[in-house]
Design a binder for this molecule. Sequence first.
Ligand code: PEP
Ligand code: MN
Length: 341
Amino acid sequence: MDIIVLRPGASSKELHNITKKLESKGFKANISKGTERTVIGVIGDTSKITEEESSAFEAMPGVEKVHRIIKPYKLASKDFKPEKTTIKIGENIIGGKKIHVIAGPCAVEDKATLLKIAQEVKKAGATFIRGGAFKPRTSPYSFQGLGEEGLKILAEVRKKTGLPVVTELMDPRDIYLILKYADVIQIGARNMQNFRLLQEVGSHNKPVIIKRGLSATIKELLMAAEYIMAQGNNNVILCERGIRTFETETRNTLDLNAVPVLKNLTHLPVIVDPSHGTGKWDLVAPMAKAAIAAGADGLMIEVHTNPADALSDGEQSLKPTKFKALMKELKLIAKAVGREI
Ligand code: PEP
Ligand code: MN
């Protein structure tokens, strides 16, 4: 917290109370009295002031607004590191000129299906295979994933196709299992604020894709990334995957504002998942194109050879032919915005 703006007409007693409180915390107040309002510049190491302390100042009588110059997320912020972060995963660099497309089924179902999907998406230009072995399903009776068996299948498919593996970690107890098989750990939307889980992936070096929570603000997404980075793991990729709004035509509302907003605030790579963002396969292509145009560094797209029989998210999965056609279009858009796929 660096600047406290007082309400017009704030009394000198209120000003006195605020400066006293600042001084009690070891800060000095630089008071600037304008014609309309008084502004206090807070002098000292304000980076240690917590969000709660900042809110407490905002609640004091006479205070209109507290502006933090040092943001509550630090390591993730552009103020801290202005140059873009690039993350090397095998031969692939995420956050550079090349846009990476992570494709595959929602869940790993069986080896033959995953291999076929992987071969198809690779041919079309995808650079990562995705597939959940631990699935965060809304109903406990829905398919929960194959567990370690699914991870083994992912690793076999990587061996056969060369595609690095992206898969979700839901529980800190599974961390070593996931580390053994995955190239990138996915933290799902439902776990974006599972802070112990974030700290666990933060204490290893494996790249992490963190998906925006169902009702999370952009700032909360950045704070979640900060949790990971605060433990020493800077290999963090942010993923916009749609948020809950009043709209019911789509599963979620894909917030493409988040892409340029995040680009202004953070040096971390930003990818977009138009599959979960829309919930409908026919909306995936237009929103994937829009995401690239908006400046995304990559996409995560669900693809299935037989969406009608998929064990999860079939309604938002593209068939390989449709995925291939989309990749062709994406190449043109990438070129138009100075990128490549
Ligand atoms: C997924 O990627 O399959 C998934 C469950 O995504 P999200 O966490 O964004 O819902
Ligand atoms: Mn899914």
